[in-house]
Ligand binder design. Structure first.
Ligand code: SF4
Ligand code: SF4
Ligand code: SF4
Length: 172
């Protein structure tokens, strides 16, 4: 049976949004949470120490990437260390995440900050001058590798990540 939700349900907040996907380490395979046994080998292998434990249901912990701790070099050490098939070294270059700068950005509020621009090696972040001494960060997602350097350096925690929608299949 399918559930139909009315617009009124949404306005009342009675329809829950699907949970945001977890940022699994590079090379994560479809069915990751079933394949991963929570051994922690990936986290131990990461030279940047950016893989932490995510506590799931029934006390089961699985790895996620935390860019507040640093950036990913896409070295593949995490995937190489995974014996279960949850991470594949071949799939490390397929990292699906890209940065987004939110309204918490200091520069948008008129406070001088260009930390993310300075940190971004591919030069995916530029600033557009606005009125009142403010400057808006402009992110070129085609240049962004999703490395997390900007998030690691942002003093305001203003950088978040999303997976751009995959190319629509079967759509005109
Ligand atoms: S690819 Fe390298 S830096 Fe990135 S999470 Fe894996 S081990 Fe860490
Ligand atoms: S580092 Fe953060 S606060 Fe500073 S300009 Fe970039 S997004 Fe804004
Ligand atoms: S994730 Fe990396 S490449 Fe993308 S904007 Fe941030 S620093 Fe630049």
């Amino acid at each position: 049976m399918t559930t139909q939700h009315s617009r009124r349900d949404f306005l009342r907040g009675q329809v829950s949004r699907p949970a945001a996907p977890l940022m699994r380490p590079p090379g994560a395979q479809t069915g990751f949470s079933q394949l991963c046994n929570g051994c922690g080998a990936c986290a131990s292998a990461c030279p940047e120490a950016i893989i932490i434990r995510h506590e799931g249901p029934a006390g089961r912990s699985t790895p996620v990437v935390d860019f507040s701790k640093g950036a990913c070099t896409f070295c593949g050490a995490c995937a190489e260390a995974c014996d279960t098939g949850a991470l594949s070294a071949q799939a490390v270059p397929d990292w699906p995440w890209r940065a987004i700068i939110t309204d918490s950005c200091l520069s948008l509020g008129g406070i001088s900050c260009r930390s993310c621009e300075d940190a971004c090696e591919p030069r995916a972040i530029r600033f557009r001058l606005m009125t009142g001494g403010r400057a808006a960060p402009v992110l070129d997602s085609a240049q962004c590798t999703g490395c997390g350097d900007c998030a690691a350096t942002c003093p305001a925690g203003a950088v978040t990540f999303e997976q751009p929608a995959p190319a629509a299949e079967g759509r005109a």
